[in-house]
Design a binder for this molecule. Structure first.
Ligand SMILES: [Mg+2]
Length: 371
């Protein structure tokens, strides 16, 4: 059965509280949905999320939609979605970059194929290794006592026992103090990691990581700008605390270069960054081959995007740093009829068919721009 149409929707979904990152504070998260339909009217759906327009990366929601509509859709219409890897190879020969756009289109084809066969999508990626995976929560209210309260409540509910602190915004030294206070309050019951989102220079990073390592932080994510792999190498050499590559790691080729030059010693995976599920498994293979720890990253997708990540991550042998698939917990509203389940500090991997999520078309219409 061949693909008949590709539709892209831009959705703005409100969050339960402001979520403060180095580059942007999210109060409404923009997600992009793609629907691929075959000649018999069967549908596959997928989602990618973006953070703060163009502030996190160059793939803005508007550009993702235009590039799919104009350049990618014509290349996949008339093709058989079961050959999704071959199709994406052909797309990549004609469309440079645009990893988010490629990711959402590939995932929609995967959903369609898996639904047609009545199987979960993970069966198309080698099968499930994990039925659930640990989930970190990001403490990003911007206020130390609120963050401590949120962490304690989360531990009490057995929701999360890994907390990531976003510390790229504001005074680095004050932010380090903020982290140390949180470790003091909950560090005996939880693992604390930090994400700098590229905000430091190497001198600042050297000073701050020293203090964070001493204070018991268990991982430092992207302390330096994405371009500064040499600086990342020196920090990786200097400190025992793991240094994670996130914004510096996009393509499969990036992952090889980072591994080769030890510009970090762990990877944050994100399907949208790598340009799709197939590419993400290849990046994970580079990590496995070089002995790097993995973190199942998020762009703060809602339920559908989270299900896609969870299903793919469930086929990858080891996540030394767990995942951060908390997205659905941050949203006030949902675009699927069913919800992602969390239990005992872990996300339960949704079962199929496809990604196991049923689109709520009313909600899609309500939150879509221009519908
Ligand atoms: Mg990050």
């Amino acid at each position: 059965m061949k693909i008949r149409s590709v539709d892209v929707y831009i959705i703005d979904l409100p969050t339960i509280r402001p979520h403060q990152l180095a580059m942007h504070t999210i109060v409404e998260q923009t997600i992009i949905l793609a629907r691929v339909m075959d000649e018999e009217g069967a549908e596959g759906w997928a989602e990618v999320a973006t953070i703060g327009g163009a502030s996190y990366g160059e793939g803005t929601p508007e550009a993702i939609k235009v590039n799919i509509d104009t350049y990618i859709a014509p290349l996949i219409i008339g093709k058989k979605p079961v050959h999704y890897d071959k199709i994406m190879h052909e797309v990549s020969l004609n469309v440079r970059g645009n990893n988010f756009a490629k990711a959402v289109v590939e995932s929609a084809m995967v959903d369609l194929v898996a639904r047609r066969r009545n199987i979960p999508a993970y069966e198309l990626f080698g099968g499930q290794i994990h039925k659930s995976l640990p989930v970190a929560w990001t403490l990003a209210s911007g206020d130390t006592s609120k963050d401590i309260e949120e962490a304690k409540e989360s531990l009490h509910q057995k929701r999360h026992n890994i907390f990531k602190l976003k510390i790229g915004k504001g005074n680095p030294y004050k932010n380090v103090e903020h982290v140390l206070k949180i470790i003091e309050a909950v560090g005996d019951q939880a693992r604390i990691t930090v994400d700098v989102n590229q905000a430091w220079d190497e001198t600042t990073a050297t000073y701050c990581i020293e203090a964070l390592q001493e204070g018991g932080v268990s991982m430092v994510e992207q302390p330096l700008p994405a371009w500064d792999n040499e600086g990342m190498s020196r920090l990786t050499d200097r400190f025992k605390v793991p240094i994670m590559a996130d914004e510096s790691l996009n393509s499969l080729q990036d992952s090889f270069q980072i591994a080769k030059h030890r510009a970090g010693n762990s990877f944050a995976l994100k399907i949208c960054k790598h340009g799709g599920m197939t590419q993400t498994k290849k990046v994970a293979a580079i990590a496995e081959g070089v002995g790097f720890g993995l973190y199942g990253g998020t762009m703060i997708e809602s339920s559908l995007g989270t299900a896609i990540c969870a299903q793919l991550y469930s086929t990858i042998p080891k996540f030394e740093f767990g995942t951060e698939l908390f997205g659905p917990l941050l949203f006030k509203e949902n675009i699927t009829l069913n919800e992602i389940k969390y239990e005992n500090y872990e996300i339960i991997i949704p079962d199929g068919p496809g990604f196991g999520m049923e689109i709520d078309m009313e909600k899609v219409k309500h939150f879509s721009r221009g519908l």
